[in-house]
Design a protein around this ligand. Structure first.
Ligand SMILES: NC(=O)C1=CN([C@@H]2O[C@H](COP(=O)(O)OP(=O)(O)OC[C@H]3O[C@@H](n4cnc5c(N)ncnc54)[C@H](OP(=O)(O)O)[C@@H]3O)[C@@H](O)[C@H]2O)C=CC1
Ligand SMILES: O=C(CO)COP(=O)(O)O
Length: 331
């Protein structure tokens, strides 16, 4: 089956390799000619996954939008979340009427505070049954090295979720399915904010107790917000919830964790952005989470504290103080 991946970043490229390993013909679409030529002519992506010497022969690339999505049965979107809308507008009318569009993105759009399922469906005028989200503990570099991993594919139509899952099943990559698209979107986006805070605490020199405190309170916050947005609470206890939180908050391979760690070591937001090796989605998503919390009437102390770090440069100690109110409450 022909599958197209829009965006040849670290995860887009690693996921393209998963799809090729699963037996599909994979076309990567990227803007940068250097990346297109690298994948198409030399089977490598020196910019985003330089340590993979030879991407599968079943992977090619193009910079031409119409050629990229022509005859694709599945179109995977792996673009930095804040640019998804502007990038996808150019694909409207080009994608086949029966193609399923899959989002790998983990972020909330600034300004509109919309999840990626909303942004993708709105931009492409896509019915719910033709949209799927993939979210789970999926650090791209580990998957690029074909280390065993699992994920969750969510679609309002379970048969379509299964189709997507079948298309990306390999001996090292195991997808589960769900209809809880909102839950997957909320888990994937909000855990990045938690990873920023944990990274910051680690960078500032704090230990396991502090990390566990942020992760657990962060999970409570993202579960409450997710439930208010219409997600199934069970999703937060699964791979896309606890699973991704553990992976992202515990690994220097995570850009969000690393961004936070650099803040904790004393770098400014500008400096941490400059040295980030790829997009740290939690940064623009933090304020969107605060706004969503306000809109849904759900307190978001962690996102609020991280927002003050990013906007005002408050210290790690001050950020942690903000997590709890002065009164004694039940957990
Ligand atoms: N890396 C990971 O481990 C995982 C990432 N994700 C999520 O997947 C998404 C993509 O991540 P990842 O591939 O790692 O990110 P990268 O930072 O490696 O790449 C970002 C991608 O977005 C593209 N992009 C940025 N701006 C535009 C634009 N205006 N138009 C078109 N394309 C654009 C970039 O293209 P260009 O190179 O041309 O700038 C690049 O392909 C993110 O939402 C992330 O949270 C989810 C799971 C795991
Ligand atoms: O989502 C991820 C792992 O599941 C990757 O996290 P980062 O975007 O922080 O690298």
């Amino acid at each position: 089956m022909k599958i197209t991946v829009l965006g040849a970043g670290a995860w887009g490229t690693a996921f393209g390799q998963v799809l090729a390993d699963a037996g599909n013909e994979v076309t990567m679409w990227a803007i940068e000619p250097e990346i297109v030529e690298g994948i198409r002519d030399h089977h490598c992506n020196q910019v985003r996954l330089p340590f993979i010497e030879h991407l599968p022969d079943a992977m090619t690339a193009t910079g031409d939008r119409a050629e990229a999505v022509r005859d694709a049965r599945i179109v995977v979107v792996a673009i930095a979340a804040q640019f998804a809308r502007v990038a996808l507008k150019e694909f409207k009318g080009l994608i086949g009427d029966d193609a399923i569009v899959v989002s790998l993105m983990k972020g909330i759009e600034s300004g509109t505070n919309k999840r990626m399922d909303e942004v993708v469906r709105e931009t492409l005028e896509l019915p719910a049954e033709r949209f799927a989200a993939i979210s789970g503990p999926n650090l791209s570099k580990e998957i690029a090295l074909r280390q065993p991993s699992a994920t969750v594919v969510g679609c309002a139509n379970l048969d379509n979720a299964k189709k997507v899952a079948a298309a990306c099943t390999t001996d090292y990559f195991k997808p589960f399915v769900t209809t809880d698209v909102i839950g997957l979107e909320m888990c994937g986006s909000l855990k990045n904010v938690v990873a920023l805070a944990v990274g910051m605490a680690r960078g500032a020199g704090y230990g396991e107790n502090t990390a566990a405190m942020i992760e657990t309170r962060g999970l409570a916050e993202l579960t409450a917000l997710g439930k208010a947005a219409g997600a199934d609470p069970k999703t937060f206890a699964g791979l896309a919830g606890v699973g991704d939180l553990v992976a992202t908050c515990g690994s220097p391979l995570s850009r969000n964790y690393t961004f936070g760690a650099n803040l904790g070591k004393g770098l400014s937001v500008e400096e941490a952005t400059r040295v980030s090796n790829g997009v740290a989605e939690g940064v623009p998503t933090t304020d969107a989470v605060v706004a969503l919390g306000d809109h849904l009437g759900v307190p978001t102390p962690l996102a609020y504290a991280m927002s003050r770090v990013l906007r005002e440069g408050i210290s790690c100690a001050a950020m942690l103080e903000q997590l709890f109110s002065a009164e004694i409450t039940e957990e």
